[in-house]
Structures are given as C-alpha cells and as structure tokens.
Design a protein. Sequence first.
Length: 117
Amino acid sequence: MARKGVKKQFWISEKHANKLAELSKATLLPEVTIIRFLLDGYHPKEAPGDRFYDDMNGLLKCGENLVTIARTYRGTDLESRLREEANALRELRKNIMEKYLMPEKSDDVKIIKRAVR
C-alpha cells in the first residue's frame, strides 16, 4: 500500500531532539505531529491532566441523562427544553475541548512564510 506524502529524513542536534521529546511528552502528541503543527504555524498546547477528561466525560453524561429524561416527556414542551439543554452542554463541551486541546496559530510564522514566498 503506497503512502500519500513525501518521506523526509533529517538530523537535529541533541538539544533539539530533547526539546522535541519533551514537547511530545507534554502534549501527548507524536513528534511527527508536533513538527507538522509547527510547519503549519501552530503551537501545540500542553495536554491537560486526567481531571480535565473526567470533567469532560461528566458533562457528556449529564447531557445523556437529560436526553434520557426527555424521552419520558415525549410530545411536551419540557422534552424540547431538556433536549435544548443537552445540546447546549454538548456545544459547551466541544468549545472547551477546542480551547484547551487544539493548537494555537502563531502570528510569528506568517512573517517567515512571507519571506519564503
């Protein structure tokens, strides 16, 4: 099976290799993903602790519980309000996950990209 992409091999100093390994450990991302993010102008964020994921799963369970309760009130105004609240919790969870997990775009890289063009 052929891979889509171009294979690149390069040498980096021990200092940079250690820094890349530390970034990988802190973000819980593979080193190659970190390099791709950096090349695209993004800086990966440090991975949150287990407590963060427990809290996110708690929000998910709350939403599921609201939907379960809403089923018992089919056809009523209460059902639609409960489903709206469940959807609001899902949206909140999605926004929090994006805020704390998605890499940030760096403005510094735009200057470098202009020089490369």
